[in-house]
Ligand binder design. Structure first.
Ligand SMILES: [Zn+2]
Length: 490
């Protein structure tokens, strides 16, 4: 009997996993609020006859005994995260309101008031549902982590002993059916600060400079797309202004939201020396032409505007102005290296994510992503050196290590064979330029073969997040087939 028949056919697989998903999503589960969802998972695992344990950070672990006769086979860990990024429409409280999911138009989606959380509960649901089917598997370990979406916190806090004895780890936190990820980037979240010193504004012509309309985007997924970084460009414009009109003053500067997003907009208020308006007009017009030439294909909505502004009372002192302009110029930003093992995949990058000034402090936030520790060391040294030269200090630095690979491992070979057999298609084996929980595990168990592969999920983290159901049976076949093939060695 084929595997699909043993699972009950495509419709039964889809219905079963969907029902399991609704059940596991029945309580609010935004990141860092996993007590309820982990309790729900514990109850579900006990109901299946397992004896799960939970750590103080709400990570959950359970051992699944092997099918009779397969007890001596290598242990396969199946891992996913319990938390979700809960995007919320006005009136929806991610801490109190549960996601209301439904099937419509061939996809699982929320009611539009929140994100769906298929990232990653749909993968978890597939695993749980499959364990109730008649499969012939070896010993399995289920690992469900908390706070993945906020810097892989749960995985980082999980006792590394929870990986003891595992021969391989299959993580279900992927977004594309048929894609198997065997490498990911590390992350270094940098926050640089310097005191903001001001002086009374001299006489002059106040002007507001605005860059807007840039696409922005994710500092991992989108860093190679040639989009404008408005923080970097505003720095470049201020540098040109400093060269043309050294006596200009800076009164305000703001760009971006957070470390790991590309800023699509930036604003600065400057005070030109009397009579400096004509120089600014010429310079800004030239800069605008440069932007058009540089970004007409990759970020065509970007516009630079300048207009008279209200007179500021205070302006930044000159060392503060110059240090900030220097730092925006000297921080590396963009793609630093491509991977050599996976053509087309970025290996190392940096993003200047935010510049702000408030409460007596100028703050500059950047995010490094590197698969290899060596690249990260080079970029970090460069950033720290630029910051020190500009009068900034590293006020905060958190992160997680990279997962360099290797490009091939026994688990991904096994999964590829299963996927070809069950669907007739090869797996797309690749690496990604974002952080994944195996990044944490790879640092603890460098030799552990790991693969990340999930069902199709679109618009994760957004109100429109949805999971097309047509491919869900193929995902279940990949998981179930791998559980069986890994035990039988086929
Ligand atoms: Zn995820």
């Amino acid at each position: 009997m084929t595997l699909l028949k043993r699972l009950g056919g495509r419709a039964a697989v889809t219905a079963g996993i969907t029902e399991e998903f609704l059940r596991l999503s029945a309580v609010p589960h935004p990141s860092r609020h996993e007590e309820a969802v982990s309790s729900l998972m514990l109850d579900r695992l006990r109901e299946m006859g397992l004896a799960p344990v939970r750590d103080p950070w709400y990570n959950v672990r359970a051992e699944v005994p092997a099918s009779p006769g397969l007890e001596d086979r290598p242990l396969l860990a199946l891992q996913g995260h319990l938390d979700m990024v809960c995007a919320a429409a006005p009136g929806f409280d991610p801490l109190r309101d549960s996601v209301r999911a439904r099937v419509s138009g061939g996809a699982l989606r929320s009611d539009g008031r929140s994100s769906l959380g298929a990232d990653n509960m749909l993968g978890n649901a597939a695993v749980i549902w499959l364990l109730g089917r008649p499969l012939q598997h070896g010993p399995l370990r289920l690992l469900f982590t908390a706070a993945e979406e906020v810097g892989l916190e749960g995985a980082a806090r999980m006792d590394p002993a929870w990986l003891d004895g595992a021969a391989a780890l299959l993580n279900t936190d992927g977004f594309y059916l048929g894609r198997a990820v065997v490498g990911a980037a590390g992350g270094r979240r940098e926050t640089y600060r310097r005191p903001l010193r001001t002086r009374p504004a001299p006489a002059g012509e106040p002007v507001q400079l605005t860059l807007s309309g840039g696409i922005g985007g994710h500092s991992g997924d989108d860093i190679h797309r040639g989009r404008a970084n408005a923080a970097v460009l505003m720095g470049r414009l201020l540098e040109a202004l400093r060269t043309a009109l050294p006596a200009f003053s800076l009164a305000a500067l703001e760009a971006g939201q957070t470390h790991n997003a590309i800023p699509g907009a930036a604003a600065a208020q400057v005070l030109l020396p009397p009579g400096g308006g004509a120089s600014l007009d010429a310079l800004a017009a030239r800069f605008r032409a440069e932007l058009t030439e540089e970004f007409s294909r990759t970020d065509p909505g970007l516009v630079l505007r300048w207009s008279p502004a209200p007179a500021p009372e205070q302006v930044w002192d000159t060392p503060c102005r110059d240090g900030t302009i220097d730092l925006l110029r000297d921080l590396f930003c963009g793609v630093y290296a491509m991977r050599t093992d996976f053509p087309g995949v970025v290996g190392a990058s940096a993003n200047l994510g935010r510049v702000s000034a408030a409460e007596g402090t100028v703050q500059v936030c950047a995010f490094l992503r590197c698969a290899r520790a060596g690249d990260e060391a080079v970029l970090a040294a460069r950033h720290d050196g630029a910051a020190a030269a500009a009068g900034f200090t590293l006020a905060g630095c958190t992160g997680y290590p990279g997962w360099p690979g290797p490009a091939d491992n026994p688990l991904v070979r096994c999964m590829d064979r299963v996927f070809r057999r069950e669907t007739g298609r090869a797996l797309d084996i690749t690496a990604v330029h974002v952080g994944l929980e195996p990044s944490i595990f790879a640092a603890q168990r460098p030799a552990l073969p790991m693969v990340v592969s999930g069902p199709d999920i679109l618009d994760a983290h957004a109100l429109s997040e949805r999971a097309p159901l047509a491919g869900l049976p193929d995902y279940a076949l990949l998981l179930a087939g791998t559980m069986e093939a890994y035990a039988s060695g086929t």
